[in-house]
Design a protein around this ligand. Structure first.
Ligand code: CUA
Length: 346
């Protein structure tokens, strides 16, 4: 084959590869968009739906405008300087005069301008920090590699990966970590706060209206950091009261799922997970007393539907490699029985 022909066929190979790669990347992006879409909920700090996020968005826009004006000013000065220099080469300016003018520019640009810009911005930031409202509901948050535990000590509720709050009310999150540093972030509702081992940090959260909001871990915490998602479900007063009432109850045992319940104990699930009202009182993994009421599994990784549940039990590490829950060897029938049992835990 002629050299050019072989080269062109090589190029075609490269072209193909690039095309393939582009297609692969857009498939991944599409899948990611679908995954995030499936998780549901507003995920944008620039579409605030609570007072905390509104304050942050306000500061963001002020800083954006200030930065834009300063950038435009610097560019304008640069253009002026370029032309002035050319002009000076032709004419002959008085050196003393130029020195004095330079000095004025240095003082104005290096001292006066930063003070005028930074002092109000700093004052605004302090005012916003001081503005934290008093809270009516206290929720304990424990971060684990890689899921979120929520405890409502005054209401007798323990749940995971789905934080329910009353809309229009401020709640206080008392947060700790079980292992490494994590960070809780609900972009549409507020800022980030770290959860640090051996320490309790607090933050307040409020949603203006009922709705579902995407939350995530915002501090790299290990292999599955990106799959440490959660939902915030803000509910009206009555809906929230109903939710608290249902979540506070023990699990109701359904005789049709007794085979799965037995297997749940025998396969070792019960030594890590708690199902209140049964023998299962494991303290390691998420409380499963009302697992069927939650929208996602594995901290936002799968939809909580029959398929998702069977995948999560049967292919745990294919879905989320390296987590504390070990892959338990189960037959399809056993996976099905355990899933059927968990589906009764509403
Ligand atoms: Cu937890 Cu990142």
């Amino acid at each position: 084959m002629a050299a050019w022909a072989s080269r062109s066929s090589d190029m075609r190979g490269v072209g193909h590869e690039m095309e393939h790669e582009t297609r692969r990347i857009s498939a991944i992006c599409g899948a990611a968009a679908l995954l995030l879409g499936a998780c549901g909920g507003n995920d944008s700090a620039l579409a605030p739906e609570g007072p905390g996020a509104e304050r942050i968005a306000g500061i963001t826009w002020v800083m954006f405008v200030v930065a834009t004006v300063i950038t435009a000013g610097v560019l304008a000065l640069l253009v002026v300087a370029l032309f002035r220099r050319r002009a000076r080469r032709d004419g002959d300016a008085e050196p003393d005069d130029t020195d004095r003018r330079t000095e004025r520019w240095v003082i104005a640009g290096g001292v006066v301008l930063p003070v005028v810009v930074l002092v109000p911005v700093a004052a605004l930031a302090v005012a916003v920090l001081d503005d934290a409202p008093a809270s009516e509901l206290r929720i304990e948050v424990v971060a684990h590699q890689y899921w979120w535990e929520y405890r409502y000590p005054d209401l007798g509720v323990v749940t995971a990966n789905e934080l329910h709050i009353p809309a229009g009310e401020t709640v206080t999150l008392e947060m700790r970590s079980d292992d490494v540093v994590h960070s809780l972030w609900v972009p549409a509702l507020g800022g980030k706060t770290d959860l640090v081992p051996g320490r309790t940090t607090t933050m307040t959260l409020e949603a203006d209206d009922p709705g579902t909001f995407q939350g995530r871990c915002a501090e790299y915490c290990g292999l599955q950091h990106a799959k440490m998602l959660f939902l915030v479900v803000a509910q009206g007063e009555d809906d929230f009261a109903d939710w608290v009432d249902a979540q506070g109850r023990d699990a109701v045992s359904d005789p049709s799922a007794s085979a799965g319940a037995d297997l749940f104990a025998e396969a070792g699930c019960a030594s890590c997970h708690t199902v209140r009202g049964t023998e299962a009182d494991g303290p390691v993994g998420p409380d499963l007393t009302h697992i069927a009421s939650r929208r996602t599994l594995g901290a936002g990784v799968l939809d909580n539907d029959p398929d998702g549940l069977r995948r999560w039990i049967g292919e745990t590490w294919e879905v989320k490699d390296g987590i504390t829950m070990p892959p338990v060897p189960l037959t399809d029938e056993e996976v099905d029985a355990i899933a059927s049992y968990l589906e009764t835990l509403e």
